[in-house]
Design a protein around this ligand. Sequence first.
Ligand SMILES: Nc1ncnc2c1ncn2[C@@H]1O[C@H](COP(=O)(O)OP(=O)(O)OP(=O)(O)O)[C@@H](O)[C@H]1O
Length: 239
Amino acid sequence: MANPVADVANLTKRFGDRTVLSGLDLTIGRGEFVALLGRSGSGKSTLLRVLAGLDGAVEGKADVHGTVSVAFQQPRLLPWRKVWRNVVLGLRQDGVSKSRNRALADRALAEVHLGEHADDWPLTLSGGEAQRVSLARALVREPDLLLLDEPFGALDALTRIAMHRLVEDLWRRHLPGVLLVTHDVDEALLLADRVLVLDGGRIIAEHRPGGSRPRNPADHIDVRRRVLADLGVTEDAPV
Ligand SMILES: Nc1ncnc2c1ncn2[C@@H]1O[C@H](COP(=O)(O)OP(=O)(O)OP(=O)(O)O)[C@@H](O)[C@H]1O
């Protein structure tokens, strides 16, 4: 693949005598939105942590070409810092001058439609708003690769739909690459160019829902069935 944003080859990760990732290969192209599905404990979060540079003790290659940011299932905001200060928490390590912080925070918060909440305290936010602050904190670094670790899992159904639209819109406008870990097959079919299934420490299947966006998962019933079969699920039940 030309000019990939992430390049993983023959990646192996062990915890003690347990091998979680085993010779895994994965390339994410510039401009691609990739979703990763897999059973609980299959190593999805482990792969994200390795790509985020949070866990370097691996064999093989896991290169990200550019900046990488992560948003997790829980927003992980510091309650004693105002919203905008939470957004810029990671910028110091990037060597960004403190004097630019407020402007960068305001811009990232505007991207997630929370401009008016910059001076609020995190505990006054709804769950969906807190998750959008977490997203702004990831966006403020202008990532080449955005890693999303089940970021919508804890949200109610309506907020989740709004977040899907927001993330798809952000990706389309200016995110070079997205890797979304999810348990929700429909979410993967809605958002991703490629849906990957992780099992036994490797990617065992790849599906491309295709079609025009915004998508309707109901238009992709055949792909859905194949993905579920790869996951070892025959019923239309949550994975
Ligand atoms: N720091 C660690 N020390 C030991 N084992 C770990 C550690 N982190 C993860 N593991 C193990 O690695 C395996 C994969 O974990 P991981 O969190 O990557 O799975 P996952 O696919 O993200 O699961 P889930 O869908 O439940 O979040 C699990 O068996 C887990 O217990």
